[in-house]
Unconditional design. Structure first.
Length: 361
């Protein structure tokens, strides 16, 4: 009895260590991020000009100078043509692009001067583009070059810092609401039990509940967020995207709980903790090991990219995050199908104790 009392003193210490660990897991991506490897495209359309010293192409020299410089912050991507550059910009692969115009050499040789087009994809990630624009301006000043700045996928006027928090708020509310809803549907509304045939019918009812609730969550979450933020962003497409995200997440929670009981909440719970810091932090800013081990599969990172695509880049319901959402949903369905093949539904020990006590009475 004395040993048991002594162990109780260790509980607060274990709680503090556990809380510190969980806090570190959540905040690590933000604490460890480093401004690096920002994908920026560059292409020279410059046509060579004849000079007393022979053919000269200043545009090509500019490209070689910029891509050859030791700049850890930018990962230069040489494009073969303007069409290729535009295609990849539209696909959201670059945060910015530099285009050297066709008459760059001629203009410089004649003393007219020529500006390089700098296109910034503002909506890809407001955090990155807020750093990138002054960075490009500074590069031009240090290299004696002039840039003609052009913003694409502009953020809605007057949003300011809200543009950074809107995607995060939307994803967090969708994830939390979906987890709670799916857990209640799976454990309280229609828990799987009985024969395989009976469980299969109940699973279909679960799917119906979750499908309906996904619409409630998707439209409800963005309605609340829009009201809080005060944004005039297109409502229906964004709400439908959050609906698909909600359904995928609920399928995962549903499958985890169907298979493992209440302990199955550890799976989506772990995803939630690991992913909170990845909604806003750019993938490129993370340490390499974190990119491989966590960010490469973490659903919340992809959902964050998807919501920014819809909000700020004119993306549709099907966007860069959709394949990841399909994987999450299929995984959840797979877990439920495994649970359907089991002879008897797993019951928590706590529930067994309650039933035994009820039987004794």
């Amino acid at each position: 009895m004395e040993k048991l009392e002594n162990k109780k003193w260790a509980i607060p210490l274990l709680g503090a260590v556990g809380g510190l660990f969980l806090g570190l897991v959540v905040t690590y991506p933000m604490l460890s991020m480093e401004v690096k490897d920002i994908p920026v495209a560059i292409v020279s359309l410059d046509e060579s000009a004849t000079t007393p010293l022979g053919e000269k192409n200043i545009g090509a020299e500019v490209v070689e100078k910029m891509t050859g410089a030791d700049n850890k912050a930018i990962d230069w991507r040489k494009a073969g043509s303007e069409a290729e550059l535009n295609e990849n910009m539209d696909a959201g692969k670059y945060y910015a692009a530099l285009i050297v115009p066709e008459d760059f050499t001629r203009a410089n040789m004649s003393g007219e001067g020529a500006k390089i087009r700098a296109i910034v994809n503002e909506g890809k990630n407001p955090m990155v583009t807020s750093m990138l624009m002054p960075m490009i301006t500074a590069m031009g000043a240090s290299g004696g070059m002039e840039f003609e700045m052009e913003r694409v996928n502009k953020l809605p006027e007057g949003m300011g810092m809200k543009a950074m928090f809107l995607p995060m708020l939307s994803v967090l509310l969708t994830f939390i609401t979906s987890m709670v809803t799916a857990f209640l549907v799976t454990t309280q509304v229609v828990a799987l039990s009985g024969t395989k045939e009976e469980k299969a019918k109940k699973y279909l009812v679960q799917l119906g509940y979750m499908f309906a609730m996904a619409f409630v969550i998707g439209f409800g979450v963005f309605g609340v967020v829009s009201w809080i933020i005060g944004t005039s962003i297109e409502y229906v497409t964004t709400a439908l995207y959050l609906t698909t995200a909600s359904l995928a997440l609920m399928l995962l929670v549903n499958g985890s709980v169907n298979l493992l009981g209440k302990k199955g909440m550890a799976i989506p719970g772990l995803m939630f903790m690991l992913g909170m810091g990845l909604i806003q932090v750019p993938y490129e800013f993370l340490p390499t090991w974190h990119q491989i081990l966590v960010a490469s599969w973490e659903p919340m990172r992809f959902i964050g990219e998807g919501i920014r695509s819809v909000l700020y880049q004119g993306g549709a319901v099907w966007n860069v995050a959709s394949p990841a959402l399909i994987v999450v949903g299929v995984l959840g369905v797979g877990l439920s199908l495994v649970s359907l093949s089991k002879k008897q539904q797993r019951i928590d020990k706590r529930e067994q104790k309650i039933r035994r006590k009820g039987g004794k009475k």
